[in-house]
Design a protein around this ligand. Structure first.
Ligand code: FES
Length: 83
C-alpha cells in the first residue's frame, strides 16, 4: 500500500522569508530526513500569496495557514494526516 501524501507549499516571498519561512524550511527538511512523519510529503516553495502581513504563509494541500512557525507547523501537518 502506498503511503499517504500531502503537499506543502511555503511562501518564500521576501516578507514571509524575513518572518522566518526559511527556518520552517530548515525545520521541515530536518524532520523529513529523520522520517519523522510516516507519510510522503512534497515540499515546495511558492511566490507571494498577497498575505504578507499575516506571514509566514504555508499551504497544506488546499488549505492556507497564516502566522506559521516552527512551533505550530507540526500540528498543522498532523491535521492533514488521517489515522
Ligand atoms: S511574502 Fe508571503 S504572502 Fe507575501
Amino acid at each position: 500500500m502506498s503511503k499517504e501524501k500531502i503537499n506543502i507549499e511555503l511562501c518564500l516571498g521576501s516578507s514571509c522569508f524575513s518572518k522566518g519561512s526559511n527556518k520552517i524550511v530548515d525545520f521541515l527538511e530536518e524532520k523529513l530526513s529523520d522520517n519523522f512523519f510516516d507519510i510522503e510529503i512534497s515540499l515546495k516553495g511558492c511566490l507571494c500569496k498577497d498575505k504578507c502581513t499575516e506571514g509566514p504563509i504555508v499551504k497544506i494541500n488546499d488549505k492556507l495557514y497564516t502566522n506559521v512557525s516552527t512551533d505550530n507547523i507540526t500540528s498543522l501537518i498532523n491535521e492533514h494526516i488521517s489515522n
